[in-house]
Structure formats: structure tokens, C-alpha cells
Design a protein around this ligand. Structure first.
Ligand code: CMP
Length: 143
């Protein structure tokens, strides 16, 4: 089954939005396969955001994502990578539609509540980065 990596960023955790965010994906019908509250090291932040190294906001991005606890999650379900991105809304909260997570709760592009993998390849890479060899829970017994 398709899996994606989602993370409630430090602003979302501080504002008490973990439950709200988890509830949205549960109600949609996706299954939570793994989750942990953690503080990201500088090293992990730089690796995770490696594609943004040359961007002017890279330092700010790393400082912010390491500034407090984040809630890392693996979700699974049909087309979960694309659908989760739609449920998150545009990166810029000013362009995110009402009804999406960023549209409903975000105000700035830096502190935009949630991160989600943008492709199947990113999902695989990010899940490996954050969860390594952790085993994920299966909801149904294999036939
Ligand atoms: P995310 O989906 O986690 O992936 C890259 C992040 O870079 C993005 O969310 C934004 O939070 C962040 N970002 C993009 N543009 C800017 C910017 N101009 N200033 C600060 N952060 C940014």
C-alpha cells in the first residue's frame, strides 16, 4: 500500500494542532502506520531539506524546523502522497484554500504547520530518513 511521510512542524505542535491534523487524515480514511514526537538534529534537518541548500531561506528553514518538537508520521492508503498534499494546501498559506490545513491554520510560508512528501520518491527517502528500519503496524492480517 502507498505510504507518505507527514510532519507537524514546531509551530503546529506548539499550537496544539497534532490532534486536529491526525483527525483529518483518519476521517479521510488513511491509516496511521507510524508516528513519533521528536526534536530534529541539525544534521537531519540539513539532510531532509537538502534540495533547498542554495535557497536564501535555507538557514531560517533549518533553524525553525529544529526549534522545538515535531510530530513525524507515516500514513498509508490509496494515492496518499497526492491526496495528503491536497489536504495540506499550498505552501504559501495566502494561496491555500479554506478547508485545507494551511488554509485553515497557517499565516506565513515559513511557519506553515505541516510538511508532506511531494512524490513517491520523496516519500520513500523521507520515511527512511525519519523511521529507518522501524517496522510499521499492519491493520489487517496478511491473507
Ligand atoms: P516544506 O513543504 O516543509 O518544504 C520546504 C519549506 O521551505 C516549505 O515547506 C516552506 O515552509 C519553506 N519555505 C518556502 N519558501 C520560504 C521562504 N521564502 N521563507 C522561509 N521558508 C520558506
Amino acid at each position: 500500500m502507498e505510504k507518505t511521510f507527514l510532519m507537524v512542524k514546531p509551530d503546529g505542535v506548539q499550537r496544539g494542532l497534532i490532534g486536529e491534523i491526525v483527525a483529518r487524515f483518519e476521517k479521510k480514511g488513511f491509516k496511521l502506520a507510524g508516528a513519533k514526537l521528536m526534536i530534529i538534529s541539525d544534521e537531519l534537518a540539513k539532510e531532509h531539506y537538502g534540495e533547498h541548500t542554495e535557497r536564501p531561506f535555507f538557514g531560517e528553514l533549518v533553524d525553525f524546523i529544529t526549534s522545538g518538537p515535531i510530530f513525524a508520521m507515516v500514513w498509508e492508503g490509496e494515492d496518499v502522497v497526492k491526496t495528503a498534499r491536497q489536504m495540506m494546501g499550498s505552501t504559501k498559506p495566502s494561496e491555500a484554500q479554506p478547508g485545507t490545513i494551511r488554509g485553515d491554520f497557517g499565516l506565513t510560508v515559513g511557519k506553515n504547520i505541516i510538511h508532506g512528501s511531494d512524490s513517491l520518491e520523496s516519500a520513500e527517502r523521507e520515511i527512511a530518513l525519519f523511521f529507518g528500519n522501524d517496522a510499521f503496524v499492519a491493520y489487517e492480517r496478511a491473507a
